[in-house]
Design a protein around this ligand. Structure first.
Ligand SMILES: *Cc1c(COP(=O)(O)O)cnc(C)c1O
Length: 354
C-alpha cells in the first residue's frame, strides 16, 4: 500500500492543503468579531465577492451547503417547492436539509450530464398552484454540475430560463460551488452569471484551494435576513478573518490557474478512453471532473477504487459503476502523468478479454 506524499489524491478538489503563501496571508490577517460585523477581512471579502458577481451583498459561511440552504430558505416558504436537477448537490448531497430546516419540498428533473434545458425545467414548474397542488417558487441550477461530470451550463439556456422564470414570478438560485471552473472554461465573466440569479452560492474550498469558506450572494435585504438565519443555525463566527484571508489569497492567485486543472483532466480522460473507450468521451470533459462509466467493466466502482488505492491513486466510487476523479492544484504534472499510467493499467485489466 502506497502512503504519504506518494499518494495521488483525485477524490475531490476539496483535498487541497493551504499553500505557504496562503498560510502567511492567514497568519497576517486583520481580524475582529464577525458576529458584530467587526472583522475587516471578512467584510472586505464579502464586498469583493458581491462585486465580482455584480450583486449588492454577500455573506461568509463555513460551507457551501450552508450557503445553499440560506439561499433557498430565503427564496422558498415552508410547504412551497424548489425544483432542481435529480443529481444536483442540493437534491442528493445536503442530506435533506431544505426539508429538515426550512420545510421546503423538492421536485427534480433528470438531465443528461446535468445539462440545463430551459424548456424541460419550465414544463416541471408550477407557480401559484392554488390550494390543491404544491406551488413552485424557486429553481436551482448547478454550474459546473458536479455529478454531471463537471459540465458547464449553456449560457443561452440560463438566459432563456431566467427570462421566462421572471415572467412566471419564479426565482433562480445558482449553486456555484465551482462557478470559477465554469468561468475559466467558458470565458464568461462572473458578473454575467450574476445577472440571471436572485441568489448565488460559491465555494472557496474547492478548486480555489482555501481550507474553508463559501459565500451566499444576493440583495442587501436577503443577505441581512440570511445573516440572522446563519446565527440561528449556529454558524455565527468570531475572528474568522483568518479564514477570509485565505479566500482573498485564493481570489488573488488561484482563479486563472484553474485552466491547468482542466488540461490535466483532459489528459486523464484521453488516457482512460485510450484504454477503455466506453468509460468516457474525452470531449465531454470540460472542466476538472472526470466521471468514469464502468458498466461494461469486469469491476464495480468500489473494486476499481480499491485496486487504484493499492497503487497509490485515490478516486471516489460514487455509484455502483461510477467513479469520479477530480483534478486540483496539489496535483503536479508528474503526478498527473503517473495517474494516467495507473488508470490505463487498471482499465486494461478491467476490460481484458479472456
Ligand atoms: C461541494 C459542493 C457544495 C458545497 O459543499 P460543502 O461541502 O458543504 O462546502 C455545493 N454544491 C456543489 C455542487 C458542490 O460540489
Amino acid at each position: 500500500m502506497i502512503t504519504g506524499s506518494n499518494v495521488i489524491d483525485l477524490r475531490s478538489d476539496t483535498v487541497t492543503k493551504p499553500s505557504v503563501g496562503m498560510r502567511a496571508a492567514m497568519a497576517n490577517a486583520e481580524v475582529g468579531d464577525d458576529v458584530y460585523s467587526d472583522d475587516p477581512t471578512v467584510n472586505s471579502l464579502e464586498e469583493r465577492v458581491a462585486e465580482l458577481f455584480g450583486k449588492e451583498a454577500a455573506l461568509f459561511t463555513p460551507s457551501g451547503s450552508l450557503a445553499n440552504q440560506l439561499a433557498i430558505r430565503s427564496l422558498v416558504s415552508p410547504g412551497d417547492e424548489l425544483i432542481c436537477e435529480t443529481n444536483s448537490h442540493i437534491a442528493r448531497a445536503e442530506l435533506g436539509a431544505g426539508a429538515v430546516f426550512s420545510g421546503i419540498t423538492t421536485r427534480t428533473w433528470l438531465a443528461e450530464r446535468g445539462l440545463l434545458n430551459a424548456t424541460q425545467v419550465l414544463e416541471l414548474a408550477r407557480p401559484d398552484s392554488g390550494p390543491y397542488l404544491v406551488s413552485t417558487t424557486a429553481i436551482a441550477i448547478e454550474n459546473t454540475h458536479n455529478f454531471g461530470g463537471g459540465s458547464v451550463q449553456p449560457m443561452d439556456q440560463i438566459a432563456l430560463l431566467s427570462k421566462q422564470a421572471e415572467e412566471l414570478g419564479l426565482y433562480l438560485h445558482l449553486d456555484g460551488a465551482r462557478i470559477w471552473n465554469a468561468h475559466v472554461a467558458s470565458g464568461i465573466p462572473l458578473s454575467e452569471y450574476g445577472k440571471y440569479f436572485e441568489t448565488i452560492s460559491v465555494c472557496l474550498s474547492k478548486g480555489l484551494g482555501a481550507p474553508v469558506g463559501s459565500l451566499m450572494i444576493s440583495s442587501k435585504e436577503r443577505i441581512a435576513s440570511s445573516r440572522v438565519w446563519r446565527k440561528r443555525y449556529g454558524a455565527g463566527m468570531r475572528q474568522v478573518g483568518i479564514l477570509a484571508a485565505a479566500g482573498h489569497f485564493a481570489l488573488d492567485n488561484n482563479i486563472a490557474r484553474i485552466a491547468e486543472d482542466h488540461l490535466k483532466a483532459k489528459k486523464l480522460a484521453h488516457a482512460c478512453a485510450g484504454a477503455a473507450p466506453t468509460t468516457i468521451n474525452p470531449d465531454s470533459v470540460e472542466t476538472n471532473i472526470i466521471g468514469l462509466d464502468l458498466s461494461e467493466a469486469k469491476m464495480s466502482a468500489i473494486e476499481f477504487a480499491s485496486a487504484a488505492r493499492q497503487k497509490g491513486l485515490w478516486v471516489s466510487a460514487l455509484g455502483e459503476n461510477y467513479v469520479r476523479l477530480v483534478t486540483h492544484m496539489d496535483i503536479s504534472d508528474e503526478a498527473n502523468d503517473r495517474a494516467c499510467f495507473i488508470l490505463q493499467e487498471l482499465l486494461n485489466g478491467a476490460f481484458m478479454v479472456e
